[in-house]
Design a protein around this ligand. Structure first.
Ligand SMILES: Nc1ncnc2c1ncn2[C@@H]1O[C@H](COP(=O)(O)OP(=O)(O)O)[C@@H](O)[C@H]1O
Ligand SMILES: [Mg+2]
Length: 423
């Protein structure tokens, strides 16, 4: 049979909040790519739209093949629209909204402990204060036992970190050196339910591992730097063995929770990598944090979303934990278990099919993105993000700084691609 005459359209929705820079770059590069893929007998084109916030019938069909979502973790209407669209229309969404909603940091610690990952010693502590509720006093009088906070601190050991069990963005995080610190920080913690977690002290490396589908990037992270400089520009700071190890950890976490994009913080101490914060399924995607790493993120989101939309990758509303637990329950050493989890994860992310798809259909992406990131449209995207974050007198200097970072990336990228072509 000849190929069809009218191309089919895959419609990608962007469910956005205050995002400025990355959607503009995503839309701009997709438009410049002007793709028309030959997939079997089908010819496939792509359209991208921003998802509006409107009332909806639970039975109303929706228009998208895939949605990249940045709202589920805090905006209920969009989250519930996405849940309905998965259940009733089979919509593919980055990320699984049920996993985002319910797998907070605490669940992620427990689940990864179950798989044998070296999560530092962590306790959960009843909150200092409560929202008044009808049965609260009776419940607490009957069941809440008095406890000695300092004993919990001693059991965890010092230094430690007191932080919300579902935290993010460093809100309510305190470093605790001793019993007095602990008491002070707990007294100020209000209604938050807090973890006390042993510090990975004197770590050698603090790495942010960013995952998009089967793709990953490792960034050396400096938590002491000002916000715009925490993602450092350091390169080649990991041995191949460490890269492989962190890739397995990251893919395992993301496949386990059904997260298409996520970032995972790992600290290395005496040769062991400790994941400490890995429930970040709406990861920082701003040029003002990521600078030279930003083009990688945009290209990775493009590749993975185009693959999922083009091939109609089925959405998986439920998770498949039992397959991981079967491996966890064997007598294998941890390194071999991790190999097993990573194999499940690579399978989950269709790594081979994805690589073949990129090779066959997205050969122009690197060049098109490189051109785009030298354009006025890209500079405008950077400028808009800067305007939303910094005071007016810094707009020009910060725009120029991030713009130069992206131009530095372009120089390196051109050199690397030339070297690859030569080989
Ligand atoms: N166990 C730990 N060991 C060392 N540093 C930690 C630990 N827990 C938290 N921190 C420090 O506190 C910061 C915030 O904690 P994190 O768990 O990442 O919270 P959030 O989810 O708010 O980012 C981390 O980036 C790190 O610098
Ligand atoms: Mg963190």
């Amino acid at each position: 049979m000849p190929p069809q005459s009218t191309p089919s359209v895959r419609r990608i929705g962007l469910s956005l909040g205050a995002d400025d820079c990355w959607p503009l770059c995503y839309e701009g590069i997709l438009s410049d790519l002007d793709l028309e893929l030959a997939l079997g007998k089908e010819r496939v084109r792509f359209e991208v739209e921003r998802v509006p916030i409107v009332p909806f019938s639970l039975r109303a069909p929706q228009r998208y093949d895939l949605v990249i979502d940045r709202l589920t973790h805090w905006y209920d209407l969009s989250r519930e629209w996405i849940k309905k669209s998965i259940l009733l229309d089979g919509l593919y969404v980055f990320n699984n909204p049920w996993a985002v909603q319910s797998m907070e940091k605490h669940t992620s610690y427990c689940a990864m402990m179950r798989l044998g990952m070296p999560i530092p010693e962590t306790w959960l502590i009843p909150p200092k204060e409560y929202e008044d509720k009808p049965d609260l006093n009776t419940t607490l009088q009957r069941y809440a036992k008095m406890f000695e906070l300092g004993d919990v601190g001693d059991a965890v050991g010092y230094p430690a970190f007191l932080k919300p069990f579902d935290g993010g963005g460093w809100v309510g995080v305190s470093r605790i050196e001793n019993r007095d610190d602990l008491q002070r920080a707990y007294d100020a913690s209000g209604k938050f339910v807090m973890h006390l977690q042993a510090s990975v002290e004197g770590y050698e490396r603090f790495v942010r591992c960013i995952g998009v589908g089967p793709q990953r990037r490792f960034v050396n992270y400096d938590p002491t730097a000002p916000l715009h400089a925490r993602y450092t520009k350091e390169k080649d700071f990991l041995s191949p063995a460490d890269e492989l190890h962190l890739e397995k950890v990251l893919l395992t976490i993301n496949a386990f929770f059904g997260w298409d994009f996520n970032s995972c913080e790992c600290l290395s101490k005496d040769g062991t990598w400790h994941p400490i914060d890995f429930a970040n399924p709406c990861p920082d995607s701003q040029v003002t944090s990521l600078h030279i790493h930003f083009p990688w993120l945009i290209k990775s989101i493009l590749r993975w979303s185009l693959f999922c939309a083009a091939t109609k990758r089925p959405v998986r509303p439920t998770l498949e934990w039992e397959r991981f637990f079967e491996i966890a329950d064997t007598d294998l050493p941890y390194a071999e278990k991790l190999d097993g989890y990573a194999a499940l994860a690579r399978d989950h992310f269709q790594t081979d099919a994805f690589d073949a798809f990129c090779e066959e259909h997205l050969g122009d992406l690197d060049e098109v993105a490189w051109e785009y990131f030298g354009s006025d449209r890209a500079r405008d995207a950077v400028h808009r993000k800067v305007r939303s974050l910094f005071p007016e007198h810094e707009w020009e200097s910060f725009t120029e700084m991030f713009w130069q970072d992206i131009q530095a990336w372009r120089e390196e990228d051109a050199a690397e691609r030339a070297a690859t072509a030569k080989r």
